[in-house]
Each structure stands twice: as structure tokens, then as C-alpha cells.
Design a protein around this ligand. Structure first.
Ligand SMILES: *Cc1c(COP(=O)(O)O)cnc(C)c1O
Length: 370
């Protein structure tokens, strides 16, 4: 048997006619830049995400970058985030010339530990970027309370968490900004790169719309320095077409997670394999990440069994070469470092079959001699 980590083909084939005609419509119109398709996509995603406005941008990475630019965050400023995330979270901070300040994670959710944030706030701190890792939201109440107390901007990195919920509130709707990615491996993926910023604030949304066209307003007059951060019209048409199916895919991911839970329990692996814990009310399982001793051996073993597995992420950001100038060292964030050596993502995409899930768990049981 072969179980890929992610297979996008079944989803495409199920919606082929609809997707092909959405793409064909854009092609026929020959209107590839912004226009009504982008606007409709923004309204649909914002509505889905309990947000007043959505601004389509080039990618999830650029969503983070444009929010920092909109807040004039740059040299001399500090931004607090987690070292256990995809690179773009901290990369965006460094690219505007600000200093990423890292705070360790909670070992259960792998999300930033809100209890550790306040100690790292200084007069230079301008923003906090909580990351809803693997599809589970950060507990936003303490984050927002700190932001209010210290007058900070909150940018939710919700790239892995579209549709995730906590206490009735959706990912991306709580901070001053929420950033989504439509990268193909995310829960709502397009046919290339794409992203979107959520905000409840019309003035902020208006500014983002100007920044994504180089700061042009009126046309060919530049008061702000922006860039080309537009969401491609073809990608907007794909996202808009797929959005009505997202809840079904999320339900399938959740069912897959529950099935893994049953299979691991039945295999007697409870003591050997740490399973994901859903603390927030709606975990959308962009990744299903287990924790084991002997992670690297298990990784190689499962690959030899044709099972797609991956480590998210093997090297925490505070010890990446490009951040050496920040002067962190190994040992600074023990929970992030432990997660980096002990965790492993298993296939969780909606179309994983019963047989495939059984094969994954039986293989892990075999590794542990069960
Ligand atoms: C994917 C991802 C991003 C970047 O999104 P792109 O669309 O690939 O640029 C940012 N942050 C996190 C946590 C991500 O998973």
C-alpha cells in the first residue's frame, strides 16, 4: 500500500467541472488583474471567517508582510511571535527590518504560550503574531488582553487555520488582522500561490488595498510605499469555487483524526504515541501531528513502508542561520526544541481511506513491536 502525505487529485477530480469552468470564465474574460472575481472571493472568505473585510494578496507570506507594512512596523521595532512555525511568520518581521522576539510554545497545542508573552514586551514592542498551528487556534483572550494593555497590534497567522474556531469565534476574526494562505497544501488551497488578509476595520482594509497596488491612490500618485501584492484573479476564482466545500473537507479531516485516535487506542499505542489534543472548540487539522521518542527512526521506517510523513518543523526559527544575528542559542526555547525532535505529521487529508489509516497505524505498531 501507498499512503501519500497529501494527494490533491481526488479533490480536483470531484470538482473538476466546476473548477475548470471557473478558470475558463476568467480566461474567456481576459481580465486577470483584480476585478469582480477577486471582490466576490474576498467577500465570501470574509463572510465565512466572521470578518468585515477581506483583502486578497499574493500569498500567506505577503499577507503577513503587508500587515506589518500597514502598521509602519520597521527598524527599531520588535514583534513577538513563536519560534515553532513556518519560516514566513518571522521572515516577514525581519523583512520589514523589525526584530522577531520569540516566545516558547505550549507543549500540548504547539502554539505560543500566552503566559510567557508579557515578560518579553518592551517599549519597542509593536505587535504580536500568534500562529494557529496545525489548524488549532491560540487562546486569543490573553493575547488580546495584553495587546490592549500595552497598545500592541495583533496579526493572527491563520495560514493553517481557515475555519478553525474557539469560543464561537473564527480564526482571523479576533486580531487587528488575520492572515490566510491558499497555498495548495492548506485546507483551502488554490492552483498556485494566494493569500488573504481579514480585518474588522474598514480603514485598515482600505490601506491594505492601496498598499497591494504599490501604494497607488489615485492612480499613479503614491503617498504610501507598497508593492505588487495582488491576489491573482484566476486564483480568486478557484478559491471562491472551493469555499462552499471547505466545511465538508474539514469534517472529513476531523473524522480522520477521530479514526486515528480509535486505531491508536485499539493498537495499544497510547503510552508510545502522543496524539494531538483538541483544546480549542474547532480544530481543522491542517496537520495531524504525533509525538514519539525515536522520531527519526520512525520517520525512516514509515517512509520505507511508502507512507508519506513529514516533520513540521525540524529546526525552530531561533536557531536558523539567517537569524544568528538575533543571538539566540539552543536551549532558549526548550518546548519548541523538544517538539522539533519528537513530532511527526501523518496523512490527514480528507480522502484518506479506512484501509490507508489502518495501514499507517499497523505500521507504527509494527515499529514499536506491537
Ligand atoms: C503556509 C504558511 C505561511 C505562508 O503562506 P504562503 O502562502 O505559503 O506564503 C505562513 N505561516 C504559516 C504558519 C504557514 O503555514
Amino acid at each position: 500500500m501507498n499512503v501519500p502525505l497529501l494527494d490533491l487529485k481526488p479533490q480536483y477530480l470531484a470538482l473538476k467541472r466546476e473548477l475548470d469552468s471557473a478558470v475558463a470564465e476568467v480566461v474567456a474574460s481576459q481580465m486577470f488583474i483584480l476585478g469582480p472575481q477577486v471582490k466576490q472571493c474576498e467577500e465570501a472568505v470574509a463572510g465565512y471567517s466572521q470578518s468585515a473585510r477581506g483583502v486578497g494578496v499574493t500569498s500567506g507570506s505577503d499577507a503577513l508582510l503587508i500587515c506589518l507594512m500597514a502598521e509602519d512596523i520597521g527598524p527599531g521595532d520588535e514583534v513577538i511571535t513563536t519560534p515553532y512555525t513556518f519560516f514566513a511568520t518571522a521572515g516577514a518581521v525581519a523583512r520589514v527590518g523589525a526584530v522577531p522576539v520569540f516566545v516558547d510554545i505550549d507543549p500540548v497545542t504547539y502554539n505560543i504560550n500566552p503566559d510567557l508573552i508579557e515578560a518579553r514586551i518592551t517599549p519597542k514592542t509593536k505587535a504580536i503574531i500568534p500562529v494557529h498551528l496545525y489548524g488549532q487556534m491560540v487562546d486569543m483572550d490573553p493575547v488580546m488582553a495584553l495587546a490592549q494593555k500595552h497598545n500592541l497590534v495583533v496579526i493572527e497567522d491563520a495560514a493553517q487555520a481557515i475555519g478553525a474556531e474557539d469560543k464561537g469565534r473564527r480564526a482571523g476574526s479576533i486580531g487587528h488582522y488575520g492572515c490566510f494562505s491558499f497555498f495548495p497544501s492548506k485546507n483551502l488551497g488554490c492552483f498556485g500561490d494566494g493569500g488573504m488578509v481579514m480585518t474588522q476595520d474598514a480603514a485598515r482594509a482600505d490601506k491594505l488595498e492601496v498598499l497591494r497596488v504599490h501604494g497607488s491612490k489615485p492612480k499613479y500618485y503614491y503617498r504610501l510605499l507598497g508593492g505588487n501584492f495582488r491576489l491573482d484573479t484566476l486564483q480568486a476564482a478557484v478559491v471562491k469555487t472551493k469555499l462552499p466545500y471547505l466545511d465538508g473537507w474539514t469534517a472529513a479531516r476531523q473524522a480522520n483524526a477521530a479514526r486515528y485516535g480509535r486505531l491508536f487506542a485499539a493498537a495499544g499505542l497510547a503510552g508510545k504515541v502522543g496524539l494531538p489534543v483538541a483544546v480549542a472548540s474547532r480544530h481543522v487539522y491542517n496537520q495531524y501531528v504525533i509525538r514519539v521518542a525515536q522520531r527519526n527512526q520512525l520517520l525512516d521506517f514509515l517512509k520505507s513502508k511508502s507512507i508519506g510523513v513529514e516533520v513540521y518543523y525540524p529546526v525552530p526559527l531561533h536557531v536558523q542561520d539567517c537569524f544568528a544575528y538575533l543571538n539566540y542559542k539552543a536551549g532558549d526555547f526548550p518546548e519548541s526544541e523538544r517538539a522539533a525532535v519528537e513530532t511527526l505529521a501523518l496523512p490527514i487529508y480528507p480522502e484518506v481511506t479506512d484501509d490507508q489509516a489502518q495501514y499507517v497505524v499497523q505500521s507504527i505498531a509494527g515499529f514499536f513491536g506491537k
